[in-house]
Design a binder for this molecule. Structure first.
Ligand SMILES: [Zn+2]
Ligand SMILES: [Zn+2]
Length: 206
């Protein structure tokens, strides 16, 4: 099977003409050194050479037989889910809304296609809150029992935002970028700038 046969267009809003152009480009790439033309994530392929010319980002997904099932759950375990899609973004978000809702220095979220998250437990326990101050309209979903954030549909409802700390196994992908850096906490320092203790400090009461 060639690379182009293994790929399908995830973004349903892509026009037929654009799809044809992309498949044609992929077919040409099949005969070249693929890695020099494409950037690979876990199951995600960014057609870097064509994006500039066409002027909009398009994601390609590997077919389901190469997708990995990822499971996740909240702190109390009453809400659980599985993700069958392929992540196309993994970002640290430093916006004030994420600082407030996580109580931490930044959020760490993965984005998955719209049809990839399935609740396996506790969907009825999910509370849906909409931010009206720091990032008006931004949805915040969390477990009513323990308060953990849970996966949520994006504001435009076109993709899932999955808090990566909920995942039960290593998703393979690594964070790609910081976003909303303009709002980052003044007390932020990276983990590499401070001591790393294997466990809690004895004098710390946390
Ligand atoms: Zn919970
Ligand atoms: Zn944020």
């Amino acid at each position: 099977m060639t690379l182009s046969q293994q790929l399908l267009v995830q973004n349903q809003s892509v026009s037929a003409g654009l799809k044809r152009a992309l498949y044609k480009a992929l077919k040409e790439i099949d005969s070249q050194d693929v890695r020099s033309n494409l950037t690979f994530g876990p199951g995600v392929v960014y057609l870097s050479s064509e994006i500039g010319r066409i002027g909009r980002p398009v994601y390609f997904l590997v077919r389901p037989n190469t997708m990995k099932l990822i499971t996740g759950s909240c702190l109390c375990g009453k809400v659980a889910f599985e993700v069958t899609g392929v992540p196309f973004k993994f970002l640290y978000c430093h916006c004030r809304s994420c600082q407030k809702s996580t109580g931490s220095v930044h959020a760490a979220n993965m984005a998955f296609p719209e049809d990839s998250v399935r609740w396996t437990r506790g969907e009825d326990l999910i509370e849906r809150f909409v931010d009206t101050s720091e990032n008006p309209g931004f949805p915040r979903w969390f477990c009513r029992s323990c308060g953990s954030p849970v996966p949520k549909l994006s504001r435009n409802r076109q993709f899932w935002v999955v808090p990566s700390g909920l995942l039960d196994s290593d998703p393979g992908m690594r964070p790609q970028a910081n976003i909303y850096w303009a709002e980052h906490a003044p007390w932020y320092v990276s983990a590499d700038q401070i001591a790393k203790n294997e466990g809690s400090l004895v004098e710390q009461t946390d």
